[in-house]
Design a protein around this ligand. Structure first.
Ligand code: SF4
Length: 337
């Protein structure tokens, strides 16, 4: 019985070193109990995740709540420590970096949080929030920093005179623009956007997505775009990786996956996502069932409790990763050789 995944890959262009390499990333959280508060069980939030991103590429990391995608993001950024695995940014280890090295790496690796309310310090003015990175890294004189903050505010559709105001004086969409401006301060190469529009009204979502798309194209930024919404990922990304219970179950380019999803879970997500074309009439399906507990995942293929194509082997053997071609990879017994 194999529980071992070989490393799924989103392929990089031949001959170039990927900007980001994630190798067999594992993050288990302890559940503590008893008098001594020792670990009595483990939540396997991320359980052997691997992928690559090139400069300027956009990768969607998708899955339902509880799939582990946000934990992947936080672990890559070292906001939480990994259990094991390796992350390389431009060939340099993120996990082995010293405090000084990490400070330099953070210039290239920034995050946009989901919650535009909780992610901004309410006691700091907008100018201080956006300019903080410049101060920490000793970039420019106070005058130059002020000019940079004004420029960034304009880039995200706000005005220089907003710099003296505080977060509570802005709407949700405006706060997310401030968060985006903050993430751009140090001109990063890679932005991790963790559900950046899911806390916003639908009317504001498209404005923020357009802004992110414009910034991505203008600055050739690489993105890890985390979302449960395949419609958003389809709009924004070039390729995607689908996560289920801490593991990647399918990877591929957006056109290939949307045309013909290989994994039954990806198909389910696709059929439940809205089509961004008012002329196309579709029946949106509901995703049946719940994601099982990551403390005690089902034996064999973790998806077998919800899969309409389940076979006897699925209940006992975790499917090995199969790289179908340069564009596609999948972990499902329907596609084993
Ligand atoms: Fe379904 Fe089996 Fe494929 Fe899992 S391995 S997705 S249960 S067919």
């Amino acid at each position: 019985m194999s529980e071992q995944l070989t490393e799924p890959k989103v392929e990089s262009a031949a001959g170039t070193r990927p900007l980001l390499e994630v190798r067999n990333l594992v993050k288990h959280f302890p559940i503590k109990g008893g008098l001594l508060q020792l670990p009595v069980a483990w939540v396997k939030a991320v359980d052997g995740v691997s992928f690559e991103i090139n400069k300027g590429e956009t990768l969607g990391l998708v899955g339902e709540s509880g799939s582990g995608k946000s934990t992947v993001a936080r672990t890559i950024l070292r906001l939480i420590p990994p259990t094991s695995g390796e992350v390389l940014l431009d060939g340099q280890s993120v996990f082995k970096a010293s405090a000084d090295e990490m400070k330099k790496l953070r210039r290239d690796l920034q995050i946009i949080f989901q919650d535009p309310y909780g992610s901004l310090n309410p006691r700091m003015s907008v100018g201080e929030i956006i300019g903080e990175g410049l101060v920490v890294h000793g970039v420019g004189s106070p005058k130059q920093r002020e000019a940079a903050v004004n420029r960034l505010l304009e880039v995200v559709g706000l005005r220089g005179q907003h710099r003296g105001r505080f977060p509570h004086e802005f709407s949700g969409g405006q706060r997310q623009r401030i968060g985006i401006a903050r993430s751009l301060t140090l001109e990063p190469e890679l932005l991790v956007a963790d559900e950046p529009v899911s806390a916003l009204d639908v009317s504001i979502q498209s404005q923020i997505l357009l802004l992110l798309q414009r910034l991505q194209q203008r600055h050739k930024l690489a993105f890890i775009f985390i979302s449960h919404d395949l419609g958003v990922v389809r709009y924004f990304c070039q390729s995607m990786a689908v996560m289920y219970l801490g593991r990647i179950v399918e990877t591929g380019t957006i056109p290939a996956i949307f045309k013909e999803p290989l994994h039954p879970y990806t198909r389910m997500l696709r059929d439940a996502s809205p089509v961004p074309d008012p002329k196309v009439k579709v029946v949106m399906l509901r995703i049946e069932g719940e994601v099982p507990s990551a403390v005690n995942p089902p034996a064999g293929c973790h998806f077998h409790t919800r899969c309409p194509h389940v076979m006897p082997i699925c209940r006992n053997v975790y499917p090995e990763w199969r790289q179908i071609d340069s564009e596609r990879g999948v972990a499902c017994h329907l596609h084993t050789r």
